[in-house]
Design a protein. Structure first.
Ligand SMILES: C[S@@+](CC[C@H](N)C(=O)[O-])C[C@H]1O[C@@H](n2cnc3c(N)ncnc32)[C@H](O)[C@@H]1O
Length: 291
């Protein structure tokens, strides 16, 4: 792993309030007041550079950042997804970086699912500025409801590559939902951010389990399924805005899907160690009931 370049470090993440305090709208003003704004039009790279500058000199932003971003753009070059989905778009850093990469490899759709309507409006504005509105669609609302609706409408029938970067305890539930809707199937690839910081033990355990282990664990979840395995700060990250989180533990997914999963170590844009878990769905074992 390449060492972290301190010169590119984002401002340190605040202990308590590090988003949803007006900084996202401040970022929009920062972007649109750039003296070279006309050079930014149609240039994903230049817009990303301005977002990085804001987060390095003004306020921390919870973006995937350059180092982990490269892991995913390399994956996009390899997988060449027609359809890519991101769960959690925030102000659109990953949306711009990955949406542009998907377009470059000939992909046709990048869905950015973002629950906070104010953040989604920021993404939409920056995507328009970047000239990516043809390929990127921003969907406002909780990821599970959006996935169900897009699937029901027939707008989303399979996912080639999915970037998970939203509410940490929802990674596993949304993956199981995608399995159940057959959006994820052999050939699909998953890239899950923040599996070191803050970490995601339930998700990692699942994607690293064998089919037999997943079948054995079916229906055996215990305790508070939402917060099990997570620090309180992570479990309550969005509580102020969203209230108590509800995740549908009834979704069983498809334990027959076979995954190969590897951790790629990297850095948060602040220089804190983190990693992206890359998971490939490589097959499906049919369920044979033993009598
Ligand atoms: C870490 S930020 C995403 C950063 C972004 N992917 C990037 O790298 O530029 C997490 C985002 O997920 C959103 N989010 C949290 N829970 C969500 C949910 N259940 N559905 C959709 N979005 C959610 C938050 O509002 C926040 O904007």
């Amino acid at each position: 792993m390449a060492p972290f370049n301190e010169q590119n470090a984002y401002v340190e993440q605040e202990e308590t309030v590090f988003f949803d305090d007006g900084r996202e709208i401040e970022l929009l003003h920062f972007v649109y007041s750039q003296p070279h704004i006309d050079e930014l039009r149609g240039s994903p790279e230049k817009i990303l550079a301005v977002i990085d500058e804001f987060a390095r000199t003004k306020k921390y932003l919870m973006n995937v950042g350059e180092d982990k971003g490269k892991i995913v753009t390399d994956l996009i070059k390899e997988v060449k997804p027609q359809t890519m989905v991101e769960l959690g778009g925030y102000i659109g850093y990953s949306t711009i970086l990955f949406g542009a990469a998907v377009r470059q490899v000939g992909g046709s759709r990048y869905w950015s699912l973002e629950r906070n309507p104010e953040f989604a409006a920021v993404i939409t504005s920056l995507i328009d500025l970047a000239g990516l509105s043809d390929i990127v669609k921003v969907i406002v609302g909780p990821s599970d409801a959006s996935l169900r609706r897009l699937h029901k409408q027939g707008a989303l029938s399979s996912i080639d590559l999915m970037f998970l970067d939203h509410y940490k305890p929802a990674y596993l539930y949304d993956l199981k939902l995608c399995e159940q809707l057959r959006l994820v199937s052999p050939g699909s690839v998953l890239a899950a951010d923040n599996v070191i910081k803050p970490g995601n033990p339930p998700y990692l355990a699942y994607v690293r389990s064998s089919v037999a282990e997943k079948r054995a664990a079916l229906g055996s979840s215990s305790g508070d399924a939402v917060t099990d395995g997570f620090a309180e700060k992570t479990a309550k990250q969005y509580e102020k805005r969203e209230g108590h989180e509800h995740l549908n533990a009834e979704v069983l997914g498809d334990p027959g899907l076979v995954y190969q999963s590897v951790l790629v170590n990297s850095w948060e844009p602040t220089g804190v160690p983190d990693g992206v878990e890359i998971t490939r769905c490589v097959g499906k074992e049919e369920w044979i009931e033993k009598v």
